[in-house]
Design a protein around this ligand. Structure first.
Ligand SMILES: Cc1cc2nc3c(=O)[nH]c(=O)nc-3n(C[C@H](O)[C@H](O)[C@H](O)COP(=O)(O)O)c2cc1C
Length: 196
């Protein structure tokens, strides 16, 4: 099994370091308690004014709704995501209850997705999020209410073997993970740097 633990410049929690987005998933399905815990983690995510402007729709492999979700994915994602135990969509509620725009809705959805992701990691699972899907098609086929906007798709499952993937996908699966250094995105105090 591939270990793609981050080579960090500074120590971070081992669970954060070991999270990554695989394409190879094992055939093992998730039990109901596991699924419930993943969404419970999203439930307890913070949000502006506690508006909780998120929703999730999911289907397990082997169901007809899973096939519908597969049909909404871009071909490059479908190649591997159809082997996941569960496919889902993360949905944003862009309007506040009074109808005005909620400028923090997408930020809050992202945090809820992160909470889910780390709960899944804590349970020995991996999540692979995807922008490569058709939101309009998903809304139509899944009857998504008009106040909810599909933002990302996600695949959840236990890690599988890279050798199970088509050759083109294996290359990505085995590629080294990289990141900008923190100095590229963390600024102390102000721009330009100020020395007292
Ligand atoms: C919002 C979002 C959209 C993404 N869309 C895709 C996608 O459509 N297909 C894909 O293979 N990976 C997708 N990814 C996964 C990223 O490519 C991946 O997180 C990134 O390369 C870093 O790799 P890591 O998660 O393994 O650290 C997406 C991730 C996020 C957060």
């Amino acid at each position: 099994m591939q270990d793609k633990t981050a080579r960090t410049d500074h120590p971070i929690h081992p669970m954060l370091a070991s999270r990554w987005s695989p394409r190879a998933f094992s055939a093992r399905l998730l039990d109901t308690d596991t699924i419930n815990s993943i969404f419970e983690a999203a439930r307890w995510s913070p949000s502006a004014n506690n508006l909780q402007p998120w929703a999730f729709v999911f289907a397990e492999r082997g169901t007809s709704d899973f096939e519908v979700l597969c049909g909404c994915l871009k071909e490059s994602n479908l190649l591997w995501a159809r082997n996941a135990a569960l496919l889902g969509l993360a949905l944003e509620r862009p309007a506040k209850p009074d109808g005005s725009p909620n400028p923090h809705a997408r930020y809050d959805l992202g945090q809820a997705a992160a909470h889910m992701t780390f709960q899944a990691c804590a349970l020995g699972l991996h999540i692979h999020q995807m922008a490569g899907f058709d939101p309009a098609q998903a809304s139509a086929l899944l009857g998504i209410p008009p106040d909810l906007l599909p933002v990302t798709a996600f695949a959840i499952g236990y890690l599988g073997e890279a050798s199970s993937l088509p050759a083109s996908v294996q290359e990505k699966e085995l590629a080294i993970r990289s990141r900008y250094p923190t100095s590229a995105f963390v600024q102390v105090g102000r721009w330009p740097k100020h020395v007292d």
